[in-house]
Design a protein around this ligand. Structure first.
Ligand SMILES: O=C1O[C@H](COP(=O)(O)O)[C@@H](O)[C@H](O)[C@H]1O
Length: 232
């Protein structure tokens, strides 16, 4: 499976290195076409990276930020990925960025997904940067093993869109970008930390069943070769 492995000695070094790479990619996109798009993941892993990226100097007024996936909960819920991004990324230099949330206060999650599909960046052309995480169950974005819409979410013939996902391991119902909206980002990163996640990655790399470990779709079929950022 094609990928570029980028290993760092510490989480702090990884956060700085990834922030530099993302800032450079965003600046390049702004120089080339006047604007840039960034999709980021939630969870516990990205906090230090977000803090580092928030200090990088670039024209953040030209950057649209959205989420790779989100729980169907409002922004003030402690489990909201929007809250995480607001707390750790949308500050310092990056406070000038425009954030476009996946969550919409619609009556149903299906309506929220439809509304978000018409608003969030990355639905008409590839993201400049997409940062994926990975759970210890091998999920990425909200592509969970056993997810009710997993097949459609991983189907690259499907349009770029925001989808709904429910799965036994997901907790709340989820909103997620489709794989078709993520796989061709100009810079595609999988950010993982710790020995446990490295073992999960090694297991994913050793097999092919995407339903068992959906991260394999990224490792095997993404048009952009992913950079895997890892620190112990
Ligand atoms: O549920 C989620 O988990 C993954 C991984 O999170 P972590 O806490 O293990 O870093 C994350 O990539 C995803 O965005 C999030 O919704």
């Amino acid at each position: 499976m094609a990928h570029h492995m980028k290993t760092f000695e510490t989480g702090a070094a990884l956060a700085a290195g990834l922030a530099d790479a993302v800032a450079s990619a965003l600046s390049g996109a702004i120089a080339n076409k006047g604007a840039a798009t960034l999709a980021v993941s939630g969870g516990s892993t990205p906090k230090a990276f977000f803090e580092a990226l928030s200090t990088r100097i670039l024209d953040w007024t030209k950057v649209k930020v959205t989420l790779v996936d989100e729980r169907f909960v409002p922004e003030d819920n402690p489990r909201s990925n929007h809250l995480l991004v607001k707390t750790h990324l949308l500050k310092n230099e990056a406070s000038a960025a425009e954030f476009v949330p996946l969550y919409r206060p619609e009556a149903t999650i299906e309506e929220a997904a439809k509304t978000a599909s018409g608003i969030v960046p990355g639905m008409t052309e590839p993201f400049d940067v997409a940062i994926l995480g990975m759970g210890t169950d091998g999920h990425t974005a909200s592509f969970f093993p056993g997810g009710d819409h997993l097949d459609a979410a991983l189907d690259l013939s499907q349009p770029r869109r925001v989808m709904t996902m429910e799965a036994p391991g997901a907790g709340e119902a989820r909103l997620t970008l489709s794989f078709s909206a993520l796989h061709d980002a100009d810079l595609l990163v999988v950010h993982i930390e710790g020995a446990e996640k490295k073992a999960v990655l090694d297991k994913a790399l050793a097999g092919t069943d995407e339903k068992d470990m959906p991260i394999r779709a990224v490792l095997e079929r993404a048009r952009t070769t992913p950079d895997i950022y890892w620190a112990p």
